[in-house]
Design a protein around this ligand. Structure first.
Ligand code: NAD
Ligand code: AHE
Ligand code: ZN
Length: 375
């Protein structure tokens, strides 16, 4: 079949909207009509050329929602008509990672997915002249139709609006999950969120859900403050206005009973390795945990004095919030539909596919939280 897609022809260039060829689903695969897709900072990261796994031409996008149109041989868990969210972190329930119960990092198809290929080593997309187009994060949601492995789709309730729940495909789950599944934040905790964008705001609402007391937000952009307060931030720091952001946080968290100070938890949602260091070093001696969510460019490395770890701080990472896609994503959609979490205010812009590059411009200008493309 033919479908419309925004194609990343090469790194650093705007996407080009065009007709492309799409082969139908093979065994174990499903064809999905994408109804809406968010634009995440990670799409920008790969398009910029900073992603070591970036391959071109590719159809980017990994934050979508849509309807199953057709299933390949042997597919049993979804059927045509089902509403689904594509998963860049699949859940096969059979690999050692899934069976461990210790991680959401299913490795069944990771090797081919990282090369922009389907599990059989080929692509389903091509240009009209036959040139293959790579998949992206196993999702390629910047296309009106896409093909995914069955293990990479979460079936969700049919009354949930596509233009909002697409965000559960990455940002919402990543932020709320990092608090609840990765850090397991407890009632009364003190936490710091670095970067108050599409991920950081969801960390904030995760912290509010978990019952954290003091929630400090850090961002270079003062314009992020108002929305962050709406999502539960109790204190704001703009690093431009303080001499040393780590000292500032430690001072804020000192109490007469605890003159050492330091946060119980911190979350990096910037992808900046200097910020990751600050995030670790502002946590409490003896028990502080810092969760790295931000994705750093190729070649970047983190550093700290080992003494920071010797004295009881823990550095952890979180991909897709530690959520097991097929199990947890439908529950997060239910939380939204039941009013336990909010999504609508974070979707600041909706665009047509033809205008998708505006979504990247708004992100660069710091003017959007999430732009959502409607098909
Ligand atoms: P975003 O652009 O919406 O937000 C980033 C925020 O960080 C902005 O508000 C910006 O002003 C702020 N910021 C930038 N540099 C800063 C600094 N030095 N100090 C303080 N604040 C700073 O991006 P997003 O969509 O929220 O994504 C955030 C990061 O998370 C990206 O690196 C993205 O690739 C990554 N990410 C990771 C996962 C995962 O599973 N681990 C999932 C989604 C996104
Ligand atoms: N390809 C990059 C890494 C990109 C990365 O870390 N991706 C996150 C999701 S970001 C979503 O917006 C992730 O889930 N990683 C786990 C995985 O298996 O990719 C690189 O550095 O090579
Ligand atoms: Zn993302």
């Amino acid at each position: 079949m033919r479908t419309r897609a925004a194609v990343a022809l090469e790194a650093g260039k705007p996407l080009e909207v065009m007709e492309v060829n799409l082969e139908g689903p093979k065994a174990g695969e499903v064809l999905i009509e994408i109804k809406a897709t968010g634009i995440c900072h990670t799409d920008e990261f790969t398009l910029s050329g900073a992603d070591p796994e970036g391959v071109f031409p590719a159809i980017l996008g990994h934050e979508g929602a849509g309807i199953v149109l057709e299933v390949g041989e042997g597919v049993t868990s979804v059927k045509p008509g089902d509403h689904v969210i594509p998963l860049y972190t699949p859940e096969c329930r059979e690999c050692a990672s899934c069976l461990s119960g210790k991680t959401n990092m299913c490795h069944a198809i990771r090797a081919t997915q990282g090369k922009g290929l389907m599990p059989d080593g080929t692509t389903r997309f091509s240009m009209l002249d036959g040139t293959p187009i790579y998949h992206y994060m196993g999702c390629s949601t910047f296309a009106n139709h896409t093909v995914l492995p069955e293990i990479s789709v979460a079936k969700v309730r049919e009354d949930a609006p596509f233009d909002k729940i697409c965000y559960v495909g990455c940002g919402v789950t990543t932020g709320i999950g990092a608090v609840n599944y990765t850090a397991k934040v407890e009632l009364g905790a003190t936490a710091v969120v670095f970067g108050l964008g599409g991920i950081g705001l969801n960390v904030l609402q995760g912290l509010r859900m978990a019952g954290a007391d003091m929630i400090i937000g850090v961002d270079l952009n003062d314009a992020k403050r108002e929305m962050a307060e709406h999502f539960g931030m109790t204190h704001f720091i703009n690093p431009k206005n303080v001499e040393n952001v780590v000292d500032e946080i430690i001072n804020l968290t000192k109490t007469p009973l605890d003159p050492i100070g330091g946060a119980d938890y911190s979350f990096d949602c910037t992808g900046n390795v200097n910020v990751m260091r600050q995030a670790l070093e502002c946590t409490h001696r003896g028990w502080g945990q810092s969760i790295v969510i931000g994705v750093a460019p190729a070649g970047a490395e983190i550093s700290t004095r080992p003494f920071q770890l010797v004295t009881g701080r823990t550095w952890k990472g979180s991909a897709f919030g530690g959520a097991r896609g097929r199990t947890d994503v439908p529950k997060i959609v239910d939380w939204y539909m039941d009013g336990k979490i909010e999504i609508d205010p974070m979707i600041t812009h909706t665009l047509r596919l033809e205008d998708i590059n505006k979504g990247f411009d708004l992100m660069h200008a710091g003017e959007s939280i999430r732009s959502v493309v409607l098909f």
